[in-house]
Design a protein. Structure first.
Length: 332
């Protein structure tokens, strides 16, 4: 997550058991998820766990929780005059492909972009009485794009870090974190600290907070007289799920919201716990009045219940924040 955005899915060898194949298909969006009756988003088409070896039908949550949001004139007045006149804000983000980036962002069967982050930003725009002009970049180019004025706002699951707060402002809209997912054969019931991983093979993404945490904690197992954990790095996450299915990976270390969503939708996976959290927010130019306007808009959505509805729709209730803040203290 947060420093690296959404982690992605990686490649493996020729022999693929049926379960591994099903997990790979589910994780990459090659197999479509079935509708569920979990009750968290009743009647909306929320996806359930894909079953090994079986085909499935439709899909992603479809309930409209945004169109009823009304503009708030007082919050619109916080925007710079040029933005009020144009009625648009340019947004730099990462283009969603398939369903592997859900719940943050993914593609619906019709090709449209959907997700928790999409609903949140669209609701924020409605509160402010503007529309987004969406432009795509890569994760490493979006913050520089905000700094140099290419984008008014950046959104790509950016976690608040001390280094980033030196160059941009954050208007928070959720807490994500660093968490663990196990497969069918994972031998531990939960992970509450790094020493719970001793002797196991852990998969994660390079250049991320996850790598930072695992590297800084590499001596902890030896300190308690246990074998070290082994870390494998992948820039794409699909074969991580393959590894969880065939036993070559014991634990996946990744972003909390994504792993909770995966555990609910991909068969034979289980959420093992979270060890830290990181505020995530919209990114704006340092000192820009947009930051406060965006934060106030999120707080308006929290107060009127729209925010809670969005999180319930995407099957991750209880993972939101009580209050949006501008430039909160960094955890990294």
């Amino acid at each position: 997550m947060t420093t690296a955005g959404r982690s992605q899915r990686h490649r493996r060898r020729n022999h693929i058991p049926r379960l591994a194949a099903a997990l790979l298909a589910a994780a990459t969006g090659l197999a479509v998820l079935t509708a569920c009756g979990s009750g968290s988003d009743s009647g909306t088409g929320t996806a359930a766990k894909s079953s090994p070896g079986g085909g499935s039908s439709a899909a992603t949550p479809t309930r409209d929780v945004v169109s009823g949001v009304r503009a708030d004139p007082a919050l619109r007045a916080e925007l710079p005059a040029a933005v009020r006149d144009s009625g648009t804000l340019s947004l730099g983000t990462v283009q969603a492909v398939g369903t592997s980036g859900l719940p943050h962002a993914g593609q619906a069967p019709d090709g449209s972009t959907v997700g928790l982050d999409v609903d949140l930003r669209d609701a924020v725009a409605k509160v402010l009485g503007v529309s987004w002009k969406v432009d795509y970049g890569t994760f490493p180019t979006i913050i520089p794009g905000v700094q140099n004025g290419r984008f008014d706002v950046g959104q790509a699951n950016f976690g608040v870090t001390a280094a980033r707060e030196k160059v941009v402002d954050f208007a928070t809209y959720l807490d994500d974190g660093q968490a663990f997912l196990g497969g069918r054969d994972t031998t531990i019931p939960s992970v509450g600290k790094l020493t719970d991983l001793c002797g196991l093979t852990v998969a994660t993404s390079p250049g991320s907070t996850f790598q930072q945490i695992l590297t800084s904690g590499a001596t902890k197992c030896a300190a308690v007289g246990r074998k070290p954990y082994r870390v494998r790095y992948f820039t794409d996450t699909a074969p991580i799920f393959l590894g969880l299915a065939n036993g070559t990976v014991d634990v996946y270390f990744g972003p909390t919201l994504g792993l909770k969503y995966d555990a609910a939708h991909i068969a034979s996976t289980k959420f093992l716990g979270q060890i830290s959290t990181t505020p995530v927010g919209f990114v704006t130019r340092k000192g820009s009045p947009l930051g406060k306007a965006l934060s106030d808009a999120v707080n308006k959505l929290i107060a009127d219940g729209t925010y809670k509805q969005i999180f319930a729709k995407w099957g991750v209730p209880g993972t939101g924040i009580p209050t949006s803040r501008l430039n909160p203290p960094a955890t990294f």
